[in-house]
Design a binder for this molecule. Sequence first.
Ligand code: ADP
Length: 525
Amino acid sequence: MSLEQAELLLQKYFGYPTFRSGQKKIIESILAGHNTMGIMPTGGGKSICYQIPALMFPGITLVVSPLISLMKDQVDGLKELGIPATYINSSLSAEQIDQRIIRLKQGKYKLLYLAPERLDSHRFQTIFESLPIYFVTIDEAHCISQWGHDFRPSYRSMADMILKLPRRPIIAALTATATSDVREDIASLMKIPPSHIFSTKLRRENLSFYVRHEENRSEFIQNYLRQNEGKTGIIYCATRKETDQLHALLAGAGFSVAKYHGGMSEEERNRAQEQFSYDQIQTIIATNAFGMGIDKSNVRFVIHYNMPRNLECYYQEAGRAGRDGEKSECILLFSPQDIPTQRYLITHSDMTPERKTYELNKLQKMINYCHAGGCLQKEIVSYFGEKETTTCGTCGNCRNQAGDLSDITIEAQKIFSCIKRMQERFGLTIISKVLRGSKSKRVMEWDLHKLSTYGILSEYTEKEILGLCKRLAAEGYISLAYEGGMSFPIAKLTNKAIEVLKGMRPVRIRLDHDQSLHSEPKRSH
Ligand code: ADP
C-alpha cells in the first residue's frame, strides 16, 4: 500500500490533486500499519487522513466520534462521493442498530461512524466482536484523555474495549488541540510510539488574534458588526443568560442575529444552526454548546464575549474562523470579572482536588494570554508545545509594535525583590499592596509593612502595580501557579527575573495597548 495509490484515490474520490504535507506523514504511517497520532489544526484536513486508508484497508474502518449531530451529514457526504458508510449512535432504535450491524457483516459498508455516548457498552462488545474491524480512528481524540478539556468517560471506556479486541486493529488518534499532557496520555493509552506522533504546524496564517480590554463590550460588538456588515461570525458567551441578553440587545438594535445554547429546544437549535449554515443570518451568539465540528468554511470572525477557561477551549472555538483559508479575525474581549467566574466554576465543581489545581493553572495561562505583550499566535502555539520563533505580524500585539518600548527595569527589579522578600509565598494582590505601601489589615497581620520593600512603588496606584505584575507574569518573569488547596496562584520568580535582579537583563515592554494599565508608569530614579 503506497502513498501513490493513496493519492490516486484522493484524486478519484475527492478530486484533490495532492495531500497536504501534514496528511502525507499521517497516512504513510497508518498505511505502514503503525498506531499513529495526528495533531492538526481545525480545517487542516483530518478526515482525509482516515478516509483514504479506510478505502485501502480490508474490512471495516471504525470511526469513533463524539459528534452525533454531524454523523448523518458526514455519512451522507461520503455516500455522495460513492463511499459506502453508515453510523451508529443513540439517535437510532435498537432495531435500526441491529439492521446496520447485519449489513456491516455482509460487507456493505467500508466505514462505520460510532458515537459511544448514551449507548450501552454491552452492545459495543457485540458490535466489535462481530465485525472485521481492521482500522480504528478516534476522532477528537482529546476526549479520551482525562487531562483534555472535553473528557468523556464513555469515550475512554470504548477505547479500552478496542484495545482488548482479540485481533488488534491499527489505531489512529486525531485531534486539533492537545497539550503535551494530553498527547502523552493518548499515546500511552493507545500504544502509540513517539516516532508515530505527527503534529502539523498549529499556526493558522489567515487568523489574526486580538485581545481587547473593553469597558463596554456590547458597544464594541455593535460597532464591530456595523463595520463588518455582510461578514459571518460567531460570538461566544460564557453562559446561557449572557447569550440571551446579548442576543436580545443585538436583535433589538436591528442586527441579523440568532442564538444557540443548551437551554433551547432541539428544534430551536437546529433552526439557528441552519440559519447560520445557509447565511440567512450574519451572526450567531452562542455558548460553547455550539460548534464542535461545525463545518462552515466562511466564518470571518469569532468574538469571545467572555474569557474561556483555558487556551485549548479558546483555540478550538476561535479556530472555527477562516476554515476556507481567507483572512479572519479572532477577538477576545477580556474583562477582569471573568476571572472569578471561571475560578468559581472550577473550585465548585466535583473534580478531585488534584484536578482542580491542574485546571486553575490552565486558567492562569489563559489569563496570562490576555495580558501578553508579544505575538498572540506565538503565545498560543507555544502553549501547545510548539517552538515558534517568528511572529505572525497580524495579531493585535504585532500590529501595535509602533508604540515605543518603555524601559521598566527599575520597576521590575523592585517588584521582583519584593516577591523574594515575601519568600515567594504570596499572590499578586497582596504583593501589590506591599509595594504600594498599603495599610490593609492583611499586610499588617503578616507584618509585611516591616519589609524593606514595603512602599517602594508608592508613586503608583495599587491597580497599576497589579497591572504591571500581571504583565510581567505574561512575559514569563513571574510564574503564577496554584498549589494544592490554594484559592489564588502563588507568585514566584523565574530565571528570567533572577537575571533582571542581577542586572543582566533589561525589561522593556510596550504599555500603550494594555488598557489594564491606565497610565504610563512615572519613572522613579
Ligand atoms: P478538520 O477535520 O481537520 O477540521 P476537514 O477534514 O473537515 O478538516 O477538512 C477541511 C477542508 O479541507 C475540507 O473542506 C476538505 O475537503 C479540505 N481538504 C482536505 N484535504 C485536502 C487536500 N489534500 N487538498 C485540498 N483540500 C483538502
